[in-house]
Design a protein. Structure first.
Length: 524
């Protein structure tokens, strides 16, 4: 479409897409998804629009809906995949004036208009502009009035009944008229609450408390710091019912939780830089996060836990069984210089292999690691926009990421590297790593490794980025026999040249890289 429709009569034959929003995933009121679809069906038939089948449905607050993936995708496809965006009710589009105005401007610039089916209102109809603006203002005004009423209602409830409002936490229920919070009379639930707090007061970690009580981890994490269990509201005022747990036990739990995060006075806060943000579990694919000097599997799968090396016989002070949920930061990060040292030794042998790879791997697909990073930054920019409501900052970030993606695609079309350039590049990697600061090492790891998959520390798979593979990283690592040490001794390589694999020594998180053919492999 080259021109926006100036009236509803000019919409005949244009491509239509649907926007459906509900405040929660279970909204079933008269403005819910079904009612919106009926309005949209009537509008398509009434104005002779062509239904493309394209629709976005989101369960989100109208005040912050602009930060959702659906909203961003809807704006991005305007004018390309549809000409008219049909919204069942004005209030279902957004309840934020800035969002409505900005979206109207962006849609019109892309060649698409908004049709509000209930009011028969077209955003590109200049005769209806004042009506459209009034409806947009009223949508936000209603949301603000509703928010004030809800806050006032909660405040009145706290003043009159010492009730916090909201959902009843575990161990509580709502009863009476009006429904007020009170302890659940079920003795089994009461016993579970008391046991959870007793375990936490003894220093048991939240995850272990959850396993011992049968509760979910998220229930435990929301329950233990909640002052309701100690007989207090969040503002410090007492509840109208006695505490579910002894106040002394509740205070002990809070002291235990505070001690885990308390900094020593007089010491500067130290921030650890974790060098492998691409580290994931090889079994379930979940990212291993850096936490307290370790890489931790937050919700460990059975395969990851089973990969933990168990002690042959218990020693005094040693756990009978190793949980296998986290490993020291060094256990994974020390692998990188070992891999780079091996690559440097084999650099002179890879020229022919690199030429073969470059011929085989032609194309313009972005490196998966780079693509994932750019998409992650885009998602974080949308989250910031939800908080700051700053469209200028959002647009600047998106332009920067678009330019970075475009530059990466253009770089894919460059001429292949010569053998001398490849060898020089591989020779420099260990020096760059050794001389770099933590932030520089992390950047180098991100440039070299698209994914690092670990199953405990028994086996680690390193997939290079496309750029690193073009520079011969995988071919150099695999040009000689890859020596791996496991429980059965030396094992032959089983991977292709696109993936580098290594395993740990029997009792230490160490990698045994292979030496060149003329040299004997030595333990690192």
């Amino acid at each position: 479409m080259t021109r926006l429709p100036t009236s509803l009569d000019a919409c005949s034959g244009l491509r239509a897409a649907r926007w459906i929003r509900e405040s929660t995933s279970r909204q079933v009121d008269r403005y819910g998804p079904d009612a919106q679809r009926e309005q949209q069906d009537r509008a398509i038939e009434r104005y002779g629009l062509t239904d493309t089948g394209l629709a976005w449905q989101v369960a989100h607050s109208g005040r912050t809906v602009a930060g959702t993936r659906q909203f961003v995708d809807m704006l991005a496809r305007a004018g390309k995949d549809y000409d008219v965006l049909i919204v069942g009710y004005v209030s279902r589009f957004a309840r934020d004036l800035r969002t409505a105005v900005n979206a109207r401007h962006e849609l019109h610039a892309a060649g698409a208009a908004i049709l509000f089916a209930d009011e028969r209102l077209l955003s590109s109809d200049e005769e209806a502009w004042e009506t459209w603006a009034r409806e947009a203002v009223e949508a936000e005004a209603y949301s603000r009035r509703l928010g004030r009423r809800i806050r006032e209602g909660y405040a009145a409830k706290r003043r009159r009944h010492a009730d916090p409002g909201g959902r009843a936490p575990y161990g509580f229920r709502r009863a009476g008229e009006p429904p007020l919070l009170e302890p659940d009379p079920d003795p089994e639930r009461r016993a579970t609450v008391e046991r959870a707090f007793a375990l936490a007061a003894a220093g048991t970690l939240d995850r272990d408390v959850a396993q011992a009580t049968g509760l979910t981890l998220y229930t435990v994490r929301s329950m233990l710091p909640n002052p309701l269990y100690g007989g207090r509201l969040r503002d410090g005022t007492p509840t109208r019912f006695p505490p579910l747990v002894d106040p002394a036990i509740y205070s002990a739990v809070q002291a235990q939780r505070a001690a885990r995060t308390r900094r020593h006075p007089g010491r500067p806060a130290r921030r650890t830089t974790y060098l492998l943000p691409m580290l994931v579990c090889a079994a379930c694919g979940q990212r291993l996060i850096g936490n307290a000097g370790r890489y931790r599997h937050r919700d460990p799968c059975p395969a990851f836990e089973a990969a933990a090396q168990q002690p042959g016989r218990p020693v005094r002070g040693q756990h009978v069984r190793v949980p296998g949920r986290s490993y020291p930061q060094e256990a994974y990060e020390r692998i990188v210089p070992l891999v780079l040292a091996r690559v440097q030794l084999a650099a002179a042998d890879v020229a022919a292999a690199v030429a073969l790879y470059q011929e085989r791997a032609g194309g313009t697909d972005l490196d998966p690691g780079l693509h994932e990073r750019i998409e992650g930054e885009r998602d974080r920019a949308l989250v910031r926009y939800k908080r700051t409501r700053d469209p200028v900052a959002l647009e600047a970030t998106m332009r920067r990421l678009d330019a970075e993606e475009q530059a990466a695609r253009q770089a894919l079309a460059r001429a292949p590297l010569t053998a001398a350039e490849v060898v020089a590049y591989l020779h420099d990697l260990p020096t760059l790593w050794a001389d770099g600061q933590p932030a520089q090492r992390r950047a180098l790891a991100e440039a070299l490794f698209a994914r690092v998959r670990a199953l405990g520390i028994r086996r680690i798979e390193i997939t290079p980025t496309k750029a690193a593979a073009e520079h011969g990283l995988a071919e150099a690592f695999g040009s000689d026999e890859v020596v791996m040490v496991g429980a059965r001794g030396f094992e032959p390589p089983t991977s292709s040249s696109r993936t580098m694999r290594a395993t740990k020594l029997r009792h230490a998180p160490t990698v045994m890289p292979a030496a060149p053919r003329a040299a004997r492999a030595e333990r690192v």
